[in-house]
Design a protein around this ligand. Structure first.
Ligand SMILES: Nc1ncnc2c1ncn2[C@@H]1O[C@H](COP(=O)(O)OP(=O)(O)O)[C@@H](O)[C@H]1O
Ligand SMILES: O=c1ccn([C@@H]2O[C@H](COP(=O)(O)OP(=O)(O)O)[C@@H](O)[C@H]2O)c(=O)[nH]1
Length: 236
């Protein structure tokens, strides 16, 4: 099958990894993600991944409970490393090689990230899982995804989440919200839509990296996006 994209940066939500169990890492959800990812690598797509950590720890919620913000963010970045190790293990258990590259040196848990290492891995048919966000506090994994996507020269950033696109308002809170099939970066920013943070959206805009926001929790959707089916919302 012809694929629409040759090289992608897939952002997975940490929160979604909780699956039905409401905390931690749901192995069923993890297995579904791994199978969908292996399927597109098998079609020749080069895949870089950034995973969030919201299922384990978020710096901002930590700060609200009295944690130091910088330490809380460091805890959040470590949470993304835990999720990355879980995903690499799930991929390898189904025969899909994967490499964890960490923003901060923590060898031998992973190799330290460089864009050259990530590109070597994906060109060799491995999945490059880029862990630890940007390595800096006060950022998010969405911004980490934008950054890594730009660094590895991805054709698109695929933001796999638990809603099926960008809406006029948060669809989990406002049942009257209407979905966009496509929307410009400027309009996302002007309307203050919270599907991605401003820094991530601005980085994608400055560097011309298109985004597709789609529901990753429905098995088969990743393949549809790769095949060029119009699901989700394209941000350009
Ligand atoms: N305008 C909007 N359109 C779509 N989703 C939105 C919007 N505003 C807020 N959201 C929320 O953004 C979430 C997607 O972002 P994501 O980074 O995957 O979640 P989280 O930050 O909880 O891990 C959705 O679950 C949705 O509730
Ligand atoms: O470059 C980064 C990326 C992440 N984080 C921290 O890691 C947490 C988890 O990431 P995120 O909230 O983006 O995960 P998701 O919402 O996708 O689960 C954030 O709350 C931040 O505290 C950070 O400090 N710098």
């Amino acid at each position: 099958m012809e694929t629409k994209y040759k090289r992608v940066l897939l952002k997975l939500s940490g929160e979604s990894l909780m699956g039905e169990q409401g905390h931690g890492i749901d192995t069923v959800r993890l297995g579904q993600y791994a199978a969908q990812i292996a399927e597109i690598v098998g079609m020749g797509v080069e895949v870089g991944i950034v995973i969030g950590g919201g299922n384990i720890f978020r710096g901002l919620s930590g700060a609200a409970k009295g944690f130091d913000r910088v330490k809380g963010d460091q805890m959040g970045m470590l949470a993304t490393v835990i999720n990355s190790l879980a995903l690499s293990s799930a991929l390898e258990s189904i025969g899909q090689p994967a490499r964890v590259l960490t923003a901060i040196n923590m060898y031998p848990i992973g190799e330290q990230y460089s864009n050259r290492r990530a590109i070597e891995a994906i060109e060799g048919g491995e999945v490059a899982i880029m862990a630890g966000g940007t390595g800096n506090p006060f950022f998010t994994t969405d911004t980490g995804s934008a950054l890594r996507g730009i660094e590895i020269g991805a054709d698109v950033m695929l933001k796999g989440t638990r809603v099926d696109g960008v809406y006029t308002a948060d669809p989990e809170k406002d049942p009257t919200a209407v979905k966009f099939d496509e929307i410009s970066y400027d309009e996302v920013l002007a309307r203050g839509l919270k599907v991605m943070d401003v820094t991530a959206t601005a980085m994608c805009r400055e560097n011309g990296l298109p985004i597709v926001v789609f529901d990753m929790d429905t098995p088969g959707n990743l393949l549809k996006v790769i095949a060029g089916e119009n699901i989700g919302t394209r941000v350009y």
